[in-house]
Design a protein. Structure first.
Length: 206
């Protein structure tokens, strides 16, 4: 594994077009080979850039993986924000969250796989653990801000603080997506409906 004894500095800014090629190459490599099999040589060749450029901008393979998941999370939250803007009550808010997860699992489950890979690596690599903690904090804050904004609009009345609600929503979503990916032929509709009913109590209508 390409790692170093001390955490490397945050990834440097990279021109957009090259960054997109590198990130997509890393995504596809992990999907095909897993993290252990995805070397800088593979990623550089498939992105059409030099191995030295990857080292310069990202330092390590693990740092690149963190950056891939971080950027994908940003893109997904931008899309989710646009969807949640349409929510007019708690039921609509939860339906839109469910639709977002359903769409991700149907069209691009790689993001979920990358996140679970990152979690596994974080247990034995402090560089990854630091990046993963930052990712968890940023995603929790983002969803909590969305919940807070909806409460201010009068759409929701949260029964506990927004950060706690966000943690519960993520925990339920992460657990269900893992099971859906592990048993793709099973009908999880009843389980998802039960989860929605359980979560509903956190988002009472104002």
């Amino acid at each position: 594994m390409e790692a170093q004894s001390k955490p490397s500095p945050p990834a440097k800014d990279l021109p957009g077009e090259k960054a997109e090629r590198i990130i997509e190459a890393m995504r596809q490599s992990v999907a095909r080979r897993g993290v252990a099999g995805s070397t800088f040589d593979h990623v550089a060749r498939e992105a059409g850039v030099s191995r030295g450029l990857l080292h310069y901008y990202f330092g390590t393979k693990e740092r690149l993986l963190v950056e891939v998941v971080r950027r994908e999370a940003d893109l997904r939250f931008d899309a989710l924000d646009r969807q949640l803007a349409e929510a007019t009550d708690a039921d609509a808010f939860l339906r839109l969250l469910q639709t977002s997860v359903d769409e991700m699992l149907r069209t691009d489950p790689t993001y979920v796989t990358l996140t679970f890979e990152l979690f596994t690596l974080a247990n034995r690599n402090e560089e990854v653990a630091e990046g993963f903690r930052d990712l968890m904090q940023r995603t929790r804050k983002h969803l909590a801000d969305s919940l807070r904004a909806k409460e201010q609009e009068g759409v929701l009345h949260l029964t506990v603080d927004p950060e706690s609600v966000a943690d519960v929503l993520f925990s339920v979503g992460d657990g269900l997506t893992m099971r859906v990916l592990a048993e793709p032929d099973r009908d999880f509709g009843p389980a998802i409906s039960a989860a929605i009913r359980s979560l509903r109590g956190l988002l009472d209508d104002a």
